[in-house]
Design a protein around this ligand. Structure first.
Ligand SMILES: [Zn+2]
Length: 59
């Protein structure tokens, strides 16, 4: 298994409403559980986006 090098920070957002107001709900056997504070979604699936820490967005 390859692990991506952490170059920025990972921002997690809700797959339904794209909100980034997710809280960590707990750990499951297969992964983690998150809750969205905006739409109430609870589940292990969240969108993860890597954003560079030091400004300069691409193009
Ligand atoms: Zn949501």
């Amino acid at each position: 298994m390859k692990r991506r090098r952490p170059r920025g920070k990972i921002v997690r957002s809700c797959p339904y409403c794209r909100s980034s107001r997710l809280i960590f709900e707990g750990a499951l056997i297969l992964g983690q559980l998150y809750r969205c504070l905006d739409c109430g979604y609870v589940g292990p699936l969240v969108l993860e986006e890597e954003v560079p820490d030091s400004g300069t967005p691409p193009s």
